[in-house]
Design a protein around this ligand. Structure first.
Ligand SMILES: NC(=O)C1=CN([C@@H]2O[C@H](COP(=O)(O)OP(=O)(O)OC[C@H]3O[C@@H](n4cnc5c(N)ncnc54)[C@H](O)[C@@H]3O)[C@@H](O)[C@H]2O)C=CC1
Ligand SMILES: O=C(O)C(=O)Cc1ccc(O)cc1
Length: 314
């Protein structure tokens, strides 16, 4: 029987001899699946603080071993990736610090970078490099069953190494993410947090808000909000189903940038509100023409429907 071709080239030699993944949710389990399938790491050890998640990871045969603790998983690892909510990165770094070997590269996948750098850096032992990463790829689902190996294919992964980070550690981390099919870009943590506040964090907040507003209305209109929900509202409900712990942490840890973007958003919304109130069709038409061109530009770049959407299991 012919074997199923891998979604990305399988490596002859792994990038890392030993990879440790702490947090076996959507992102951690996707990395484990991709790294195993594509031979990006010789040995993959996973850990999670939740015993039920560890048990499920064993059943799913994720990686090569499931450790009881994060510290145990970190022993002798060349690359350790924190795949836990942003607010937990500091405490996990403290837990594993004494086990990190000299020359190891510590990384994470948090959706916010500045606060993770601040929380992790004080625990970094001598000789260990920290290369924070953010794969800009995900879904509204969480847990070890939600992951899939092609999640990062053709998606951006942003690295935000603090100044003075060993260039070879950055190069290795880049190689690892490119090995999973990601497109890698390097920028400062501060710039990352500002850009992501408008492209990812604010849209999630808007979705959480509108779905809540609609449900409040539902009491008045019985089931009509759900019954007649058109594409737009349905898309919002998908986003609003995203993990509450993860998103609580994102907003608490990217507070300044999100508040800045929310301020601008409210000002622009006030302009549109005014145009509707005073029947200013020209303003509305001009605005909608501008946003349509933005969408069409994204489609032309081929980024509106990533390959992962077609490959993902629903
Ligand atoms: N969900 C998404 O679409 C994306 C998420 N991210 C980031 O990836 C990280 C993980 O997110 P998901 O995989 O979606 O979350 P998830 O909820 O699917 O998995 C997180 C796992 O971490 C474990 N965990 C929590 N605290 C821990 C601790 N102190 N020690 C050990 N394990 C712990 C949980 O038990 C859970 O199994 C977050 O920082 C998030 O911001 C990044 C890109 C996309
Ligand atoms: O499901 C979606 O539409 C997402 O936007 C997924 C996502 C969530 C958080 C991130 O930091 C990156 C990507």
């Amino acid at each position: 029987m012919a074997s199923v071709p891998a979604f990305a080239p399988r490596r002859d030699e792994p990038v890392f001899a030993r990879l440790a993944i702490i947090g076996i949710g959507l992102i951690g389990s996707s990395i484990a699946r991709a790294a195993k399938e594509l031979n990006l790491a010789g040995t993959i050890v996973l850990a999670d603080r939740d015993a039920a998640v560890r048990q499920r990871a064993r059943e799913l045969d994720l990686g090569h071993a499931i450790a009881e603790t994060a510290a145990e998983a970190a022993v002798d690892a060349d690359h350790v990736i924190l795949c836990v909510p942003v607010g937990a990165c500091g405490e996990v770094a403290a837990e594993i610090a004494s086990e990190l070997k000299s020359g190891a590269i510590l990384s994470d996948v948090g959706s916010v970078k500045g606060s993770v750098v601040d929380a992790v850096s004080p625990h970094l032992p001598e000789g260990v490099s920290f290369v924070p990463a953010h794969p800009v790829a995900g879904t509204e689902n969480s847990g070890p069953d939600a992951g899939f190996p092609s999640l990062f294919l053709n998606r951006w992964c942003i690295l935000t190494p603090p100044e003075g980070t060993d260039p070879s550690a950055i190069a290795k981390t880049r190689q690892f993410w490119e090995g999973m099919g990601a497109l890698v870009e390097v920028m400062s943590a501060q710039h990352h947090d500002l850009v992501l506040a408008v492209t990812s964090h604010l849209p999630h907040l808007i979705a959480y808000n509108i779905v809540g507003t609609a449900e409040d209305l539902e009491a008045v209109t019985q089931s009509e909000v759900i019954k007649f929900s058109a594409g737009g509202f349905r898309d919002f409900t998908r986003i609003a189903a995203s993990d509450p712990t993860m998103w609580r942490d994102v907003f608490l840890h990217n507070k300044e940038a999100v508040l800045e973007m929310l301020g601008r958003f409210n000002e622009d919304l006030a302009l549109l509100t005014r145009a509707i109130r005073y029947g200013d069709g020209e303003t509305l038409h001009k605005h909608f023409t501008r946003t349509r061109a933005i969408r069409r530009g994204i489609v032309a770049l081929g980024q509106e429907k990533p390959e992962t959407e077609k490959l993902r299991k629903d």
